[in-house]
Design a protein around this ligand. Sequence first.
Ligand SMILES: Nc1ncnc2c1ncn2[C@@H]1O[C@H](COP(=O)(O)OP(=O)(O)OP(=O)(O)O)[C@@H](O)[C@H]1O
Length: 205
Amino acid sequence: MGGLRVQGLGNALFGPIDLAVGGGERVFLSGPSGCGKSLLLRAIADLDPHRGEAWLDDVPRSRLPAPLWRRRVGLLPAESAWWGESVGEHLPATHPPLDDWLSVLGFGPEVLDWPVARLSTGERQRLALLRLLAQSPRALLLDEATANLDPQNCARVEGLIEDYRAAHRTPVLWVSHDPAQRRRLGDRRLSIRDGRLEPEDIDPS
Ligand SMILES: Nc1ncnc2c1ncn2[C@@H]1O[C@H](COP(=O)(O)OP(=O)(O)OP(=O)(O)O)[C@@H](O)[C@H]1O
């Protein structure tokens, strides 16, 4: 069957949740603030204690060491952490499409020498996506990937995610507060209500 699948996923706030995101499919997730969207992504990435099982390309999470599972499912958190001195320390020295990706995101190669301390919120957000894709994730869990971006950079980030998804048939589970974005890009739109997943209202505005 492939793709990303979770069964019986739950914690104190939500569940049990069953969900399947097919290869190349984009499922958007919304819901009121505090309903558990970020925690759901973190549970799928196995970052917090939870019940239930998950599969990626039919491989169960329980069969993989946690660091390998986390690398494969590729969570982009709403706020990325940066450490060390320079941006380049966060990216592999050689990774074929890296220069292309930098340029798609509006950066020149000199960004690799920038100190992490000088990055703006939006620069961090774009570079966090680059750092994530450089790990070759097989699924993408995106937590408000474009929340802090102006329209031009929002389009750049959407474009890169789309290119990656199409090239690798990557299942994408994307938390977004932007109804227009969800309608434009979502193959399916779901919402968390009372701890359960349900189809998003037809007109969320
Ligand atoms: N580590 C934690 N321990 C206990 N409670 C937490 C923890 N992290 C988040 N929460 C709580 O769980 C609830 C869901 O948090 P979550 O971040 O998943 O919400 P969200 O739906 O993503 O909200 P928003 O749209 O505002 O980002 C919130 O009430 C939050 O305060």
